[in-house]
Design a binder for this molecule. Sequence first.
Ligand code: SF4
Length: 218
Amino acid sequence: MPIVTVESLEAYAAATAGCTRCRLAQGRTQVVFGAGNPHADLMFVGEAPGFHEDKQGIPFVGQAGKLLDRLLAGVELRREDVYIANVLKCRPPGNRDPQPDEIEACEPHLFRQIELIEPKVVATLGNFATKLLSGRPLGITRVHGQEQETALGGRKVLLYPLYHPAAALYTPAMLKVLEADFARLPELLGRELEPVAAPEPELALVAHAEPAEQLGLF
Ligand code: SF4
């Protein structure tokens, strides 16, 4: 399926529902595009849908979803205030890790989502989302809780890596860290970011361009 250009998130979700860009299309019940406020300032990006997400078509249901709701409530936010998506929109069989070619096939959907939502803060949950959106190979244990200004979807955003709630569920020490990192979200959402600088006009290119006639354009 080609990446379509549409103006609204809803229309993009509808266009993605039939995506067959990677092998995961074969085993899914449905594409789990994402859910929440299409104009959210805060966007979460997890890994991939699991069993319940695949059945219900909603990201972060089940125990990890309940923990996410509780963490959100701790900073006085509800699911309807934020947007939640995943790196992969279809469930990998047996909840195995995403494969590099699946991430490559699916990432244009995520980047387009970010472009359309225009969040101020993108919180990546776990290793896969963090590595993809930071463009760096550093694992979540090293970088959690360290915000980083970056350009995504043509705008500056604060990228904020967090432990994945599913990993924190059964590890009390990790849950404590996740709660402490979560508590900084209101401060990060209040930060002003400089807009991305417009690219310099390519003067050298203009100066050396051949007249159109000589290029045989007319
Ligand atoms: S995982 Fe992504 S790229 Fe693969 S079929 Fe689903 S929506 Fe398309």
